[in-house]
Design a protein. Sequence first.
Length: 94
Amino acid sequence: MLILFSVPMMLISAWAITVLWAWFVLPIVPFLPPLGYAQAIGIQLVISAIRPHPISPCEDRRTTQEKIAILVGAALAPVFLVGVGWLVKYFGGL
């Protein structure tokens, strides 16, 4: 089930990275290029490779409903970050 959702979640995260990069990094460092989806996914993979991951027990006692809630939360987190970024970008200069 996780593999089924990992590709769409990766694409949603890549979209969020490209938007936040364009809003917050490019204005400060204009000689950097805009990020495409491939570069954003590459950044995700590098961060995932160097970030420690907790070791979970082999036996997962969570219900299917709890697992679905975790996946929905993981998919909505990048959208929430872009929303917060939008608020900071448009109302942060007040």
